[in-house]
Design a protein around this ligand. Sequence first.
Ligand SMILES: Nc1ncnc2c1ncn2[C@@H]1O[C@H](COP(=O)(O)OP(=O)(O)OP(=O)(O)O)[C@@H](O)[C@H]1O
Length: 689
Amino acid sequence: MEHPWEKKFPVNAKDYKLYEDIGEGVSATVYRALCVPLNEIVAIKVLDLEKCNNDLDGIRQEVQTMNLISHPNLLKSLCSFTNGHNLWVVMPYMAGGSCMHIMKSAYPEGFDEPVIATLLYEVLKALAYLHENGHIHRDVKAGNILVDLNGAVRLADFGVSACMFDTGDRRRSRNTFVGTPCWMAPEVMQQLHGYDFKADVWSFGITALELAHGHAPFSKYPPIKVLLMTLQNAPPGLDYERDRRFSKSFKELVGTCLVKDPKKRPTSEKLMKHHFFKQARAVNYLARAILDGLSPLGDRFRTLKAKEAALLGQNKALYEDKEQQSQKEYIRGISEWNFNLEDLKRQAAMIQEDDIECSECNVSTKQEDWRDDLNPAERLSPERVTFSNSAPSKEDAFDGLHDLETSLASFPIKPLQALKGCSDVGEDGQNASNPIWNGSLSDSEEQFPAQSSSKEAVLHADELLMESKLRAMDPKTNRDEGEHLGQNGLSHDAQSAKQRPKKLISECERDDLQLRYKSENNCCGQPLYWQKKDIDKFSNVEDAADGAVIQRKGRFKVTSADLYPKIQGSTNCLSGAVYGGPSSHTTPNPAMCPLLPSLHSILQQNTMQKEEIIKLMKFVEQMTDTQSESTEVITNELQASPVSVRERELQSLATHLQQSLGSLIEELQKQRMRNAQLEKQIHSLANQK
Ligand SMILES: Nc1ncnc2c1ncn2[C@@H]1O[C@H](COP(=O)(O)OP(=O)(O)OP(=O)(O)O)[C@@H](O)[C@H]1O
């Protein structure tokens, strides 16, 4: 039988009849269609070029790659052409749809092992081919594994694939931030040393978990959390206890792919020889095992869409709530993470310190909580959340600690820093490209030497807390802990950690500290919320004006402004006036200038100390396994006070504004009366004339 790609497909829209839609990506809708002259059913991906105005390069690249590749496990385009402002990409029709859709419709708890082995082996052949030819796919996930009626498997979506040779210098590692967060390798997130085809091996490992559980690890979390969890947690994996239905070889396969150090991951070529694939069968087995009894793709797609729309409708009223917001992210579809920077910025702004601190240690409990909040309809497609790292062994816990340390130590300002930089007041003081900021930070340290020690204390406290949390996860460690408690109630390990000079502190916590410094160094004592507003305004202008798009593809847009937010002006109160923020209207009394930052500093220090006391109290409670009422009362009081300080600030501002408004209204009324009198006088003069 002649293969579709051996035929010559017409490049004119009138030769095709579009039927129902069978898939939707961020950038395109896919239709089943008939190629009339050839009487052949095809799939047509319709991309609205107007909507992807900045991404023409990306689209061209996807189409080029789809044209050039030639491998039975890769989805090739048959032809492509423009139709009005749309680009039509004609492809072979994969009637089974994507593995993600198959799972969502009929296998919400994932596939059986022989099915997984068969699917993954086919994907691996495609990856080995791509890697051998210098390509990184960069978006390996169940949503991009398509199956046809005979069970043939093809890897699709080259929208974000990259050619490792395309920089001219044939360098083999990339430096762009693309992929879908749950499947994204840590080195892609880190952006530190670039990445290579081993990033696909990580995504392949995540895909294996996705096929096993029906969802990817961390899939219920908003992208920003996924980034943090991937970087901070031990890699996810199959749990020896809870995933009993899976073989040891499958667990090993996943384990070898999900190693944080890309150098330690096997190549796709080598993975093909893994003994797990001994169970892989001929593809027609897939047709029997997973496609039998499924309704036509279009119907399945419609049902899924209707379900999602119903969920969205149900939750609409609650979407302002941040957890609901995260659900919305999830409902939009695992394969449709809206991974644009604006979303991330918003989410970064919503994430509280606690969320970040606890992401490593409380995965299992938080995950349960999270799941408890799911609405009933979402439970229609039950998601079993099983992370191997939710109950790690002692070794895992310490590996995790090490991982955490290295990942945080090397965690670059991009992209997370950029996000926080855009939504918070702060930016990383270590950013060498920002001399003003560096200057102001060191100034602040000189000006307030006492803060250095308090910063040090915070670092140690955080280090202790993190370590204790990691240890608290391990029942064995917990048991042993009692024997190891030192005089101050801290374990020897925790004590020695305290003495160690290393700083085990998350980047976001570091940001937060710098943020505090900055507020202390705010020479005019201008309220922070005004600054933030200024910066938002400023960065928006900047975004629009000169944020050169470094990478953009549908859900992605990373601009130079995003990576290196221009906040120099905003870090220094003098330059506040340059961009005309509220600070430009205030005329600070020079004599008061040195006083206000000091007062701010004292206030901030006070708050920090209170927070540390709470943390230490909680830590001691954890160690002694008690929760005294008095502690709770004190904690509540302490926790309440920073809020009330801010509340008071806001209240006084509100009162001030109300007063100003009142006097303005009064003034306006006086003017009106004066106007009315003048008008009367004019009228009477006119009448006299
Ligand atoms: N040839 C095909 N046959 C059948 N279904 C297809 C085909 N191509 C795509 N689909 C379906 O359409 C969905 C979206 O397609 P695709 O992933 O190419 O769009 P996209 O905009 O690049 O998506 P994203 O970037 O979000 O992954 C796929 O997940 C799949 O379910």
